[in-house]
Every structure is written in structure tokens, then in C-alpha cells.
Ligand binder design. Sequence first.
Ligand SMILES: Nc1ncnc2c1ncn2[C@@H]1O[C@H](COP(=O)(O)OP(=O)(O)OP(=O)(O)O)[C@@H](O)[C@H]1O
Length: 239
Amino acid sequence: MLILENVSKSYDGKKYAVDNLSLEISKGEIFGFVGPNGAGKTTTIRMITGILSPTKGRITINGRDISDKPIEAKRNFTYVPDHPEIFKSIRGIDYLNFIADMYEVPVDVRRERIEKFTRDFEIYDDLTRPINSYSHGMKQKLLISGALIPDPNLFILDEPLSGLDPRSARILKDIMRYHCENGGTVFFSSHILEVVENLCDRVAIINRGKLIACDTLENIKRNKDKTLEDIFLELTDNE
Ligand SMILES: Nc1ncnc2c1ncn2[C@@H]1O[C@H](COP(=O)(O)OP(=O)(O)OP(=O)(O)O)[C@@H](O)[C@H]1O
């Protein structure tokens, strides 16, 4: 579903923020992407979503190269960024209809999905208010609802749980699991290692732009009676 082949990114032409990263994520997987601050997670996600061009390497989504066939590639995924910066003066419902229009979601289907997700996230009654009156968490929930409405093959989330209250975090985790059980794929970054440990089929650990582990949790923890947090701290100890 998602393939990164020897992907690198340098912002200044000298240092690599992402250095020769290769990953292959299959249909139906929940894939967790972890690493310390500044490791290169957001840079990687921005390259996958076509916001940034890789300095080297190739990224394909469902067989479409994000650089050569951006429109076809983008039809296969939706994305929730780490900072919920969205249009401020429009209403929540206008934003959701805009996303539904972009992905050509039929009117009856969108109505049902908008109601379902926004009721789950308890923002349904706020949809007629302008987005600039929303709290950080409400904006995050609106973005997540928007990303779910097209029912994408691949759901990409950068730090999706930051800013969510416990009930909303649980709902999102259930949605991510449900999405994968029904043939969808989820790629997400997180600093919350317990969530990654409980939710993911596989996990990749990135440090200083380089991939240092990529496997199932069972294999990463093989022969070690340790938590993912212990292993993460061991593997990313830069001293
Ligand atoms: N726009 C930019 N211009 C220059 N350097 C950048 C830019 N964005 C990120 N970087 C650098 O690239 C490296 C990776 O940053 P990135 O934001 O991808 O890390 P991250 O793993 O998402 O970190 P965090 O967990 O703190 O969000 C860092 O050294 C950062 O300083």
C-alpha cells in the first residue's frame, strides 16, 4: 500500500533530516512510527503526503508515485497533521463538506458519516460555529472527522492523540483498529509508546533520520523482557 525506497531529505543541502529510509506497509496494517524529537517523523510524513519533495528516493502509494502522479496517489489517502491549522472563518460543517466534495463523497453517504464521526467526537452541535471559536482539541477532532469521511485506503496521522481527551483518544483508537480490520491501512506517528505497543501490527523506530528498527512488536521485544519504552530508550540513546 505504501512503499518508501531509499528516501532522504535535506533542508540545507548538508545535513539529512531523513537519511536513506526504506519502508513497506501492507494493506490492513496499523503501522506505528516513533522516534525522539527531531528524529525526522514529520519530515517523512510530509514527504509521503506530497507536501515536501524527497531530496532522493521514491514514494509510492497504492502503486502511484507521489511525485509523478500526485493526484492519483492523493486519492488513496487522507492526512491529519500534527498542528490543526485550518481555515478559521468558515464553519465546521463547511470544512467537512469541502473535504467531502474534494473526495467526491456522495451526499447521502457524507451526511451519515459526518453525523456519525462528529457525534462520536462530541462536536456535532458545534458544526455551525466558525472554526476560530473551537478549542485545540475540537479542531483536532474536526480534522480527524474530515479525514475519515472519504473512508480512505490509507489513513495517515501525525501525532493524532495529542490534544485529545481520553474518551476521544479511545474513539480514535477504536476507529483506527476498525479501519484496518476492514481492509484499510493506518500509518501514524506517536510519542505515546503504550498506544503504539497496544495498537500496532508493526512499528518503525527512527533516530537522527535513520531507521534503527522495523518489525512486529514480538520480534522487536524478542528475548527481552522489556516494554517498548525500555527498548526505545535503549535504541535511541545518543550519548
Ligand atoms: N522547515 C525546516 N527547515 C529546516 N530544518 C527543518 C525543517 N523542518 C524540520 N527540520 C529539521 O529536520 C529534522 C527533523 O525534524 P522533524 O520535524 O521531521 O522531526 P520529528 O521527528 O517530527 O520531531 P518531533 O517529535 O519533535 O515533532 C530536525 O533536525 C529539524 O530541525
